[in-house]
Design a protein around this ligand. Structure first.
Ligand code: EPZ
Length: 417
């Protein structure tokens, strides 16, 4: 099992390019199921979750071609097996995103229930409720969701809570439904908008993406298209936090601050100097960060996927910060590991109170989930001495070539087998 060995205390300096957004690419790969024509994608990140999704689509009969310019072409004309097996789904819960497209294109789908994960139970009841509202017969048996519908019908759906992949699943299913579907209480995340833009390029009729009411007028079929995946705003925010804690000066390329307003605001509150360019963002860190409190909530509020990274930043900031996690019931797995580095954190329900210390000490720590592992990397970059992070397969799910990108910024980091 790979580990990451970090020698802390090096200020990050220089430039590095960000990758395409994992959480936009995953639903967009599933959108290929909606048409028999090729979907050509650019800026798809090279991540384990992406490879898993491509394997899953391959099992269904989708052919995948990579071209030399890092492009990806998916062809679902040979789609012949609308099943997502437990073996595949258990490694990546985002596999649930094939449910809506398979049902819309094939009239039936069998998708294993994702099961919980480290950060919470993460049920998919809203995905199922929405498909039933569109006329699907859905049963759950032996751990599989089995859905059938000769043709889905447009419906008015209001999800009980804001759900990103729930909104995406229903939006994709509605593209080929008979009539208009209105999704209320829709997720407004930029990745939902990126998916909508790709679907519109394929001939879908969608309006309101990015607001909490999305209207989709069903069409008989979608055609092929070409689409470039948006930059990864969470990867961008993660590197900004890493630069901030190490007293660095970095310029991140092929990205945008457009979707990071609350994260940029918090970094400026912490004392960072940030310069926003059209497709780059620069951060110059202060000599000592100031603690910043935050509360996670659906977009455009502070993203839950940046909570762990900001907790690491607060560990060595001046003052006391309160972090409230409102999206997932168990997203503080990084706290105990950060405390092994010398952090001072008290958990009270879904609140964490972080008292800044003047330095962290390197130690052996264990990654538990994707963003928790990112917070341990940030902790290790600023801790004195060596930090060894175990189980970094979590990191590889969402961060492309992380040790290479950090080394390019001057960090002393290497992967050990
Ligand atoms: C997406 O997960 C992201 N994953 C997550 O990123 C992100 O943390 C999350 O949205 C919130 O922004 C992808 O896009 C692939 P939700 P998703 O449905 O869609 C509850 C990462 O680090 N809920 O918005 O699964 C759910 O339990 C990952 O890249 C139901 O109860 O999250 C949670 O408490 C981690 N029933 C809340 O809603 C449902 O049917 C929000 O979940 C659906 C959701």
């Amino acid at each position: 099992m790979d580990k990451l060995l970090i020698q802390g205390g090096v200020p990050l300096k220089g430039e590095v390019a960000m990758s395409g957004a994992k959480n936009a690419a995953l639903p967009i790969l599933c959108a290929a199921l909606l048409t028999a024509e090729p979907l050509d994608l650019m800026n798809v990140p090279h991540l384990n979750d992406i490879s898993t999704m491509l394997r899953l689509l391959g099992e269904m009969g989708v052919t995948v071609r990579m071209d030399e310019a890092d492009g990806l072409s998916l062809d679902a004309s040979g789609l012949n097996n609308p099943v997502a097996s437990y073996e595949m789904v258990k490694t990546m819960r985002a596999s649930i995103l094939v449910l809506g497209p398979l049902l819309a294109r094939c009239g039936e789908a069998r998708v294993s229930l994702p099961g919980g994960c480290a950060i919470g139970a993460r049920p998919v009841d809203q995905h199922i409720k929405g498909l039933q509202a569109m006329g699907a017969e859905v049963t759950v048996e032996q751990g599989y969701v089995h859905a059938k519908a000769r043709r889905l019908k447009g419906a008015r759906i209001c999800t009980d809570m804001v759900t990103v992949t729930g909104t995406e699943n229903l939006m994709m299913a509605a593209c080929l439904a008979d009539g208009e579907t209105i999704i209320e209480n829709a997720a407004r995340e930029p990745e939902v908008v990126d998916l909508a833009n790709c679907l519109i390029a394929m001939g879908a009729q969608i309006s309101g993406a990015g607001t909490d009411v999305i209207r989709i007028r069903g069409v008989d079929r979608l055609h092929g298209a070409a689409h470039a995946v948006m930059p990864d705003r969470i990867e961008t925010g993660t590197y900004l936090c890493a630069a901030a804690v190490t007293g660095g000066d970095v310029r991140l390329l092929k990205t945008s601050a457009a979707y990071l307003d609350t994260v940029v605001d918090k970094l400026m509150d912490a004392g960072c100097d940030i310069t926003v360019e059209r497709d780059a963002i620069r951060l110059v860190a202060p000599p000592r960060l100031k603690a910043v409190s935050l509360r996670t909530a659906p977009y455009p509020a502070f993203p839950t996927d940046m909570q762990a990274q900001f907790m690491a930043l607060n560990c060595i900031a001046e003052g006391v910060a309160t972090i409230r996690e409102t999206i997932f019931e168990n997203r503080f797995m990084h706290v105990n590991e950060l405390m092994r580095l010398g952090a001072n954190i008290q958990i009270e329900g879904n609140n964490a109170v972080v008292r800044g210390v003047d330095h962290l000490e390197g130690a052996t720590v264990m990654a538990t989930d994707l963003r928790a592992s990112a917070s341990l990397v940030i902790g290790g970059l600023v801790a004195r001495g060596e930090t060894l992070i175990d189980r970094i397969y979590h990191l590889d799910r969402g961060y492309e070539r992380i040790e290479e990108k950090l080394a390019r910024l001057g960090a002393s980091v290497r992967r050990v087998r």
